[in-house]
Design a binder for this molecule. Sequence first.
Ligand SMILES: Cc1cc2nc3c(=O)[nH]c(=O)nc-3n(C[C@H](O)[C@H](O)[C@H](O)COP(=O)(O)OP(=O)(O)OC[C@H]3O[C@@H](n4cnc5c(N)ncnc54)[C@H](O)[C@@H]3O)c2cc1C
Length: 439
Amino acid sequence: MCLSGWGRHKTTETRVVQNEDLVAAAKVSALCRGLGRSYGDAALPARQEDIVAITTSADRILSFDPATGWLSAEAGISLYELNRLFLPRGWFVPVTPGTQFVTLGGMVAADIHGKNHHVAGCFGEHVRSLRILLADGATVTCSDSHERELFCATIGGMGLTGHILEVEFRMVRIPSPWIWSESERINDLDGMVSALKRAALDWPFTVGWIDCLKRGRQMGRGILMKGRWANPSEAPARPPQLTQSFQVPSVFPDWLMSPLLVRLFNFAFYWKHWRRQRRGIAHPQKFFYPLDNLRDWNRLYGRSGFTQYQCVLPHADDNGPARRFMDRLTSLGCASFLCVIKDSGAEGKGILSFPKSGITIAVDMPVRGSRTQAMVDSLNEVVIAESGRIYLAKDAFARREDFERMEPRLHRWQEVRRRWDPAGRLRSALSVRLLGDHA
Ligand SMILES: Cc1cc2nc3c(=O)[nH]c(=O)nc-3n(C[C@H](O)[C@H](O)[C@H](O)COP(=O)(O)OP(=O)(O)OC[C@H]3O[C@@H](n4cnc5c(N)ncnc54)[C@H](O)[C@@H]3O)c2cc1C
């Protein structure tokens, strides 16, 4: 079967098995894969001969306690399915990424963060236990109180410490299934960072969109979006219907992402928000998953595919790190519709999890051969100088030496990994590229 990451620029022919055969597969080299929404090579095998175990058929809910919200489920269940079942019943996951087409296992393995990271942390903070199939075929249940090192190395461990079979985590009670949202047009980067900080005090969900082609005084201009669950008195009486999605045609021409078209789109998107502020009830799907409405939207980037670069940079009173990063990004002329900024809360328990206190910026870029590698190298140079780091679930181009310079935690994580997989059976294309695993 031919697999690729969500960015579609690298494909691999490989042997695929379903979750049921995982125990047998674990005895040889195998990697788990959920719904393939990581952008780069995290869910691709180290070599063609390796086995990729697709987890999506392991999708049962094992228990749910409506008194406390504790839910236990198999790791292949999708977030879409959890939303379909729980949202109308007044429950939601504690943390959601920007798409619902991910599996529970993928959410733990990447230790995903959402628009509420400043109040809720990563998904892993809400996980009580994990049942894991180890590289030697044994299973172990780990938690904060039992095999804690394995627990913390698996949360955000990109599938490299064991195959997550079951996840126990706590759902959150919500007052209604609708969102009350407000948005605000912002003139520049300083305005955006301070508006994010202000909004974080009152709003559980915050995120900003940036026009990443603007330079000079307008650099960082964009739209700030804030949201909270609507109270029953504000919310429509009917439950939100899951809307139909539009299918993107099979392949788009590469020129669609030309700087001119992106400039026009960004201009229109910014000025569509001609009123400085807007507020009202929003559909949860549109608020949390705006891109899910365009099925296979990753084809928009043409045959060469795309990558997403996401980093976190520490806070500074003068916004220096974020400014220097945006200076570099805009000077590279990276034309992108999607550039998102968010404030990131404190580091969580995942030894290798991405977020830490600061500002995170994510930008989609069409892949243009060696130019893309040069852009990523250049952005990584700034991130290293500013003591930031990158997100592995998005990365496809970082170099091993750069990653090592960003990650003082790597040594500790590798120690735990080696303890549980001394033969180095669990590998991925990402672990070959970034961690020096043999292919
Ligand atoms: C449109 C879009 C928006 C996104 N928004 C966000 C966001 O806001 N925040 C965020 O944090 N992320 C975001 N992501 C990234 C996404 O949440 C992660 O990449 C997530 O891991 C994808 O889950 P998946 O099931 O598709 O996993 P895959 O992509 O299939 O796999 C991802 C990694 O998880 C491992 N893995 C998967 N299942 C298991 C398992 N059962 N056991 C062990 N390892 C496993 C794989 O080996 C791989 O390393 C977004 C992605 C897209 C496409």
